[in-house]
Design a protein around this ligand. Structure first.
Ligand SMILES: Cc1cc2nc3c(=O)[nH]c(=O)nc-3n(C[C@H](O)[C@H](O)[C@H](O)COP(=O)(O)O)c2cc1C
Length: 234
């Protein structure tokens, strides 16, 4: 009950959705999920890289965001997943998945996961095809709402300063909103719609001081909101 009230308070003060309806929906969702993690469990923050290149700028930027999330509280634990490590086929409506999606699906829908940071390289001003293929596996969640009420943020890395980072982020966020995820930005002082980085030093993304600050802000913000949603934050 206390947790429900904490969640209600958060939603009302954040103004994220119409408060009354949201509180009722959240209370219902919470009551339906008797298999919630124990009260002393850590809140897990996942980062998911949609880069076709393992360990490159998108992964590095996500690690920076996760380090920042970890610094928020000892009650946080983090994990980076790289989609390139999994076989993901294009989704055929109505057909069962014959690829590695179930492994990823189990990880992202785990109730211990309070927040997810989605990272994509910008390809032709939008998300990578790998990230899009991953998201297109979420059709079943339109019924189960297995991602509902997890905090979410988006990070985009491009080869140009204005290479389409915001468009790619908005495109991913449209899908996240459809999952009832609670989207956050990079928080104050910049407080924009996510982390936007510029690969301007031959794949050494740490050289983009401004972009790195947005990645840190995003990680912090996802962690803060995930903790509040779990009834463990201020
Ligand atoms: C197919 C492709 C399309 C790209 N399109 C864009 C683009 O539209 N705008 C841009 O600024 N950079 C673009 N880039 C550059 C990448 O976004 C940039 O190199 C990024 O850092 C790659 O991420 P990674 O290091 O994780 O692979 C493109 C790269 C590739 C391979």
């Amino acid at each position: 009950m206390k947790e429900n009230l904490d969640r209600r308070h958060f939603l009302e003060s954040a103004g994220a959705v119409a408060a009354g309806a949201a509180a009722v929906a959240l209370a219902g969702a919470s009551a339906a999920r008797a298999d919630e993690p124990p009260a002393n469990a850590k809140v897990r923050i996942l980062a998911i890289s949609g880069s076709h290149r393992k360990g490159k700028t998108t992964a590095t930027a996500l690690k920076i965001a996760l380090d920042s999330a970890q610094a928020v509280s000892p009650n946080i634990e983090t994990e980076l997943l790289e989609l390139v490590d999994y076989k993901l086929d294009p989704v055929q409506p109505g057909a069962p998945f014959k690829d590695d999606y179930e492994k990823l699906g189990a990880k992202i829908t785990d109730l211990a996961v309070g927040g997810i940071i989605f990272g994509t390289p910008v390809y032709f001003s939008n998300m990578s095809s790998l990230m899009k293929t991953f998201i297109e596996h979420w059709g079943p969640y339109k019924k189960s709402f297995a991602l509902s009420n997890k905090a979410a943020g988006v990070l985009a890395v491009a080869g140009a300063r204005n290479g389409g980072q915001e468009n790619a982020s908005q495109s991913i966020m449209a899908a996240l909103l459809g999952m009832e995820m609670i989207c956050v930005g990079d928080g104050r002082p910049t407080a924009h719609s996510g982390a936007t980085l510029w690969n301007n030093a031959k794949d050494d993304i740490t050289q983009d001081e401004t972009g790195v600050a947005t990645a840190k802000g995003l990680g912090r913000r996802v962690a803060e909101v995930a903790l509040r949603l779990a009834g463990k934050g201020k």
